[in-house]
Design a protein around this ligand. Structure first.
Ligand code: NAD
Ligand code: DAU
Length: 353
């Protein structure tokens, strides 16, 4: 264990983005030990790492970051030198139904990790605590403008309020205790291994199975989509070369209304599935809007580009096509991750809309 150059604790590594971050780190840095700490909630699946989990520099610890003692013991067991923190409750609709889990994991869990790092690193600044956050902390945009790192925080859902709170704690640990933190705030991700409660994988699944496509409200809310592997490359760049105490916005300048996006997916899948053009669009169903639904998110990532030379590597059209292919080729994955408690949740939720 002593021979590893860094011993990085990645939290939430069995989730969507975390699994892509771990895959990238394991492959690109064989001299780093990567310790994946994950509670394996409904959103966490070790399946997501089945192609890399036998690599010699990978370890897994099933822990709840809300549990202080578990966090402490992982730090001391491995002599953790750095943290990339992704574990979170991540779904806005669930936060509206039950905010407390979001407070516990996203706020209390984050403070536990900050405290663990502070106690173990003992004032030594030769470490990195990289907190992965979201553009939703900035609130909702009108028709014009982009979120920059200077935009005031204005979270509006229980999810974004919990993430904003965690961001504030991260910055507080930097200013108060000198903990060497870095932070990133990213726009909506899409790609493989995305849990099918989120817009894109849900729509892909429903188009394939000719089920209704539930568009909230009028479908005119706007999101700024980024391929998950580009988010992982941004995290890699910020973790290694970003400045301590700074936050970096991550996004692809790729805004779509939900309706345009669903229609685009319908056309793409009609073609891939050999259906008549326009067939899948008939599945679009307008349902009750999300409470407090943020109108528009759009990220200005110029700081990241200028300071670290980061840019998205592929177009949305390419990324979406690869993503659809992955879902069509990985039916077993969908079956596995949606069995159990998720089925009841899904059925209740859409029965109520
Ligand atoms: P996800 O829901 O797919 O995965 C979250 C992971 O955290 C799961 O593996 C889950 O088991 C684990 N987890 C949850 N509670 C835990 C706890 N108490 N202890 C330990 N592990 C726990 O989420 P994601 O979409 O991969 O998001 C990862 C991070 O990136 C989150 O912090 C999220 O806020 C942020 N983010 C997500 C997006 C996006 O578009 N998905 C965009 C920007 C930022
Ligand atoms: O912006 C970053 C955030 O993106 C992350 O911090 C969150 O963790 C992540 O879940 C995501 O949040 P959104 O709420 O934007 O993503 P979601 O996929 O849930 O919804 C995208 C848009 O699509 C949103 O405007 C709501 C709408 N929607 C969603 C679902 C699930 C629908 O119209 N129908 C649906 O069935």
């Amino acid at each position: 264990m002593e021979n590893f150059k860094k011993k990085i604790l990645v939290t939430g590594g069995a989730g969507f983005i975390g699994s892509h971050v771990i895959r990238r780190l394991l492959r690109n840095y064989p001299n780093y030990l990567i310790v994946n700490a994950d509670k394996l909630t409904y959103a966490g699946n070790l399946e997501n790492l089945s192609d890399v989990d036998s690599l010699p520099n990978y370890r897994f610890e099933k822990i709840d970051i809300v549990d202080t003692e578990s966090v402490k013991s992982v730090f001391s067991k491995y002599g953790i030198t750095d943290v990339i923190h992704l574990a979170a409750e991540s779904h806005v609709d669930r936060s509206i139904e039950g905010p407390m889990e979001f407070v516990m994991t996203n706020v209390v869990g984050t403070v536990n990790l900050l405290q663990g790092a502070r106690e173990n690193w003992n004032g030594d600044t030769n470490h990195v605590f990289h907190h992965v956050s979201t553009d939703e902390v900035y609130g909702s945009l009108g028709d014009e403008g982009l979120f920059t790192e200077e935009t005031s925080y204005d979270p509006r859902s229980p999810y974004s309020a919990s993430k904003a709170s965690s961001d504030h704690f991260v910055m507080a640990y930097f200013h108060t205790y000198g903990l060497p933190i870095k932070m990133s705030n990213c726009s909506n991700n899409y790609g493989s291994h995305h849990f099918p409660e989120k817009l894109i994988p849900l729509m892909i699944h429903n188009i394939q199975h000719k089920k209704p496509l539930p568009v909230y409200g009028k479908g005119d809310n706007i999101r700024d989509w980024l391929w998950v592997e580009d988010h992982a490359s941004a995290i890699d760049a910020i973790f290694h070369n970003g400045r301590i105490g700074e936050s970096y916005n991550v996004g692809g300048l790729n805004e779509w209304t939900n309706l345009e996006l669903v229609r685009f997916l319908c056309r793409l899948m009609d073609e891939k599935l050999g259906r008549v053009e326009g067939e899948s669009e008939e599945l679009i169903t307008y349902v009750k809007d999300r409470a407090g639904h943020d109108k528009r998110y759009a990220i200005d990532a110029i700081k990241l580009e200028k300071e670290l030379g980061w840019k998205p590597s592929i177009t949305f059209e390419e990324g979406l096509s690869k993503t659809v292919d992955w879902y069509l080729e990985n039916q077993n994955w969908i079956e596995k991750v949606t069995s159990g408690s998720y089925k009841d949740y899904y059925e209740n939720m859409y029965a109520n809309r």
